[in-house]
Write a protein that binds this ligand. Structure first.
Ligand SMILES: [Zn+2]
Length: 153
């Protein structure tokens, strides 16, 4: 299983009522209609496999890199609001997930266009492309904590 999208509640209930989806997570409340009641769906699973032919990868942008790294500087662990290319672009580093980390302004300036081994720094993690938590936005997972376990990278 993998996350497909976020639906309006009405649409989610329709999918359950028509048998096209089952409820994986509910917040415990029940929705009552004339003849039936349905657990209020928070996470659904489609009953039929849906092929998603083109999945656009999440591009590394300032917003998505900061979200992936939880706004923590990869070098000092402080609050970060810039993006650093681990292997500097001026020295051939590519703008791709494995080469970008969140960094604070201070570390970003101190590191400048040097390589980590040249200044004795190292990363405590291996940067890689995130999956869905970043694509959906961390605000969404904060709004609905039950989603977070389905959105882990
Ligand atoms: Zn820092």
């Amino acid at each position: 299983m993998e996350p497909l999208c976020i639906l309006p509640l009405k649409r989610a209930v329709m999918l359950v009522m028509s048998g096209k989806a089952t409820v994986l997570e509910t917040d415990g409340r029940q929705l009552h209609a004339e003849h039936v009641s349905v657990p209020l769906p928070v996470v659904l699973c489609l009953t039929r496999y849906v092929h998603v032919p083109v999945r656009r990868p999440v591009p590394p942008t300032r917003r998505t890199v900061l979200a992936r790294d939880s706004h923590r500087c990869a070098y000092c662990g402080g609050g970060a609001d810039t993006v650093d290319h681990v292997h500097p672009r001026s020295r051939g580093g590519r703008h791709e997930w494995s080469n970008v980390v969140a960094a604070c302004v201070r570390c970003n300036h101190r590191k400048a266009d040097r390589l980590l081994h040249e200044i004795g720094w190292e990363l405590s993690f291996t940067p890689r492309a995130p999956r869905w938590s970043v694509a959906f936005g961390t605000a969404a997972t904060r709004a609905e904590p039950l989603w977070s376990q389905y959105l882990v990278a």
